[in-house]
Design a protein around this ligand. Structure first.
Ligand code: EPS
Length: 385
């Protein structure tokens, strides 16, 4: 079974990720992981921290000569910024140093975390709550993308909305959507809207404010039958939703037509089934977003995610000083103005991890060649239906 865990504080020495259950015999070039890390660092609206870091994966275990060997893959990503935080973030020195953070940011983990864990300085909370943790998830996702690529499965994303500016992609061909969003600073394929989105980010920056938005993730070439209808926690949509909604600042996850389905009659809500000899069973619409009854139905999986505006504002919101209990402005902590473009890359990773998990559950995960044989015989069986 594929599973992974992450460790590491935002300004600690290093981020850590351990990924288990990756089949043996898979060739992974560390460059492929680093490409994903670089994609996560990009994007109009990112803050100062991204100028300091060049996130790079260091593989410590689970591979020999670029080949997976079936054992846990441990990877670290060094925090270059740690050199500026060695005293504040020292895990071993007993001397306490640095000013305690006592004015919690509304919308962040600061206050609930401080109360729950009984700490006196919410730096103990924010260091782990920080979206820097998503670099570890991108590493796990990059490894899972390599697994999926062996089976022709591809995952992509683009920025749909920043603040109230929404892209119109209806006239853009599918291939162009991916090419142009990769070229765009804001990861949006609609050029005119991209410009407006960037202007809005500039406006937010000038005001000391932040912005959220929406991203779309699409996974293509998915075999029928990943996930299962037989138990609540096996349903693919439920599992994808958990993986995505746990991304920092994500507030909603919609499959296919999503919340729009509330407005529609049943006759307009579903995807009618067709058949021809070359395609087999297929649909002309994809309102379900590629999942029915908790199982992939062979169509592309399409997910729209909403990210709220980042809760670290330069022009900070009202809060309370925990020492005096008097009203105070929240701590103004260095942050991004808008991380929606980067969030698309993180969402791709979250989707890749769940799809690779579901794929290995169905087809085995010890040896990549056994998996391929299992997929081929499954496809043969489906052809006979
Ligand atoms: C981030 C690293 C963080 C933030 C941001 C994303 O670095 P620092 O706190 O040193 O500036 O820039 O984190 C947040 C938005 C947040 O709310 O924690 C990263 O690597 O993506």
């Amino acid at each position: 079974m594929i599973r992974f865990t992450t460790a590491g504080e935002s300004h600690g020495e290093s981020l850590v990720v351990v990924v288990e259950g990756i089949p043996a015999g898979l060739i992974i070039d560390v460059k492929e992981i680093n490409v994903e890390l670089a994609r996560r660092q990009r994007g109009y609206g990112r803050g100062e921290r991204m100028n300091i870091e060049t996130d790079t994966a260091k593989i410590l275990s689970g591979m020999r000569h670029q080949r997976t060997i079936g054992s846990p893959i441990a990877i670290t990503i060094a925090n270059k910024d740690f050199k500026n935080w060695t005293d504040v973030m020292s895990p071993s020195s007993s001397a306490s140093c640095g000013k305690a953070l006592l004015r919690p940011r509304p919308g962040h983990a600061d206050l609930a975390g401080l109360m729950k864990y009984g700490v006196n300085d919410f730096r103990d909370i924010l260091e782990r709550a920080s979206a820097r943790e998503t670099a570890s998830r991108v590493v796990a996702g990059a490894i899972c993308k390599v697994v999926l690529k062996e089976f022709g499965i591809k995952i992509m994303s683009y920025t749909l909305q920043i603040g109230n500016i929404k892209a119109d992609i209806s006239s853009i061909k599918e291939n162009k959507i991916w090419q142009d969003s990769e070229k765009s600073d804001i990861r949006c394929p609609d050029k005119l809207t991209s410009k407006k989105m960037m202007e809005l980010i500039d406006e937010a920056r000038t005001k000391g404010d932040t912005l959220g938005g929406k991203i779309v993730v699409i996974a293509k070439n998915i075999p029928v039958g990943l996930g299962s209808h037989t138990q609540w926690d096996l349903k693919l949509d439920g599992r994808l939703a958990q993986s995505l909604i746990s991304i920092q600042a994500f507030k909603s996850v919609e499959f296919g037509a999503g919340t729009k389905l509330a407005e529609l009659f049943g006759s307009m809500s579903h995807d009618e089934i067709f058949y021809n000899k070359t395609k087999g069973f297929y649909r002309k619409t994809n309102r379900a977003g590629g999942i029915e009854g908790g199982m992939s139905n062979g169509e592309s999986i399409v997910i729209t995610c909403t990210m709220k505006a980042i809760p670290s504002l330069v022009n900070s919101l009202h809060s309370v000083n925990l020492a005096t209990k008097k009203m105070a402005k929240a701590e103004a902590v260095r942050s991004d103005v808008c991380a929606v473009p980067a969030a698309g890359v993180v969402a791709e990773a979250a989707v890749a991890i769940e799809l690779a998990k579901a794929l290995t559950e169905k087809f085995g995960s010890d040896c990549i060649n056994d998996m391929k044989n299992n997929v081929n015989s499954y496809k043969e069986r489906l052809k006979a239906i």
